[in-house]
Design a protein around this ligand. Sequence first.
Ligand code: ASN
Ligand code: ZN
Length: 320
Amino acid sequence: APDDIKQCVLETQRANEALQRMRLTAVTALPEAADELRRTIYDAGHTQDLPGRMVRREDEAAADDREVNEAYDDLGRTWRFYKEVFDRNSIDNHGLALDGSVHYGRHYDNAFWNGREMVFGDGDGRIFRPFTRSLDVVAHELTHGVTEATAGLAYQDQSGALNESVSDVFGVMTAQYAAGQTAAEADWLIGAELLTDQVHGAALRSLARPGTAYDDPTLGRDPQPATMAHYVETRQDNGGVHINSGIPNHAFYRAAMAAGGYSWETVGPVWYATLNDHRLTENADFAQFAGVTLANAREHAGRELADIVSQAWSDVGVTP
Ligand code: ASN
Ligand code: ZN
């Protein structure tokens, strides 16, 4: 069944690519995008000027800078995950070169995708270590680019929480793939490597137990809900996009655990097909997203996985 989904994803991609090629050749006759990994890492030198000084390009030897090499290695792992598992050629599926900037700002406690590149702060050293430490965080940021290039989920309210969740889901899947872990073996944490020993908490977020990862209110982070019963209505954080993402995150976790085996071979392809499905609108809410996952599971993965996906959404209180 997962092979069928892969096949479908492949066919959709081929169709999209053929269309894109026709457009491109019609306009400028551009050469085919190279199907190869092209990374460039920049050093922002503790400023907020991007991208900063170029410090390591593809095939160059390791730099004398841990964060430069972590960004380089983890962008590579994420690129390989998308290529090998979903036959996706980089963020735009057209071989977009991957740019990353490290040492952004001073004591900067975050990482982000700015629409062109991935940017990583060094953390304040008290709560956070440099944001290149966690592969799932690097993959989370790169996936914001993938979502922008596919479903285009608006970064507000439920579609924003779905956008965040997709980044977490593909972030943990990238880490599980790189480590060769089954759903049962994985920790399902985002950013476990970022927190210093002084922090009370395991990670930024947990897909297995949302709300338990980082629940120290003095750190200004709200616990995430795992189900609709605890959905948080707020105007902060674009309508709580990093909060309510706990709900679709937990649905994915439950489905992956029920399916067993490797997440990227079971529910991962269903979520990936959903991201590439034209039935998913930019302002989709949880119920609509769930509906498209179910449609894809039914159409390409068969009854058993469809029932698992359906049960997982029902468990978190989302009815398609
Ligand atoms: N690290 C955050 C994220 O990628 C940055 C943000 O708030 N957009 O979600
Ligand atoms: Zn994000």
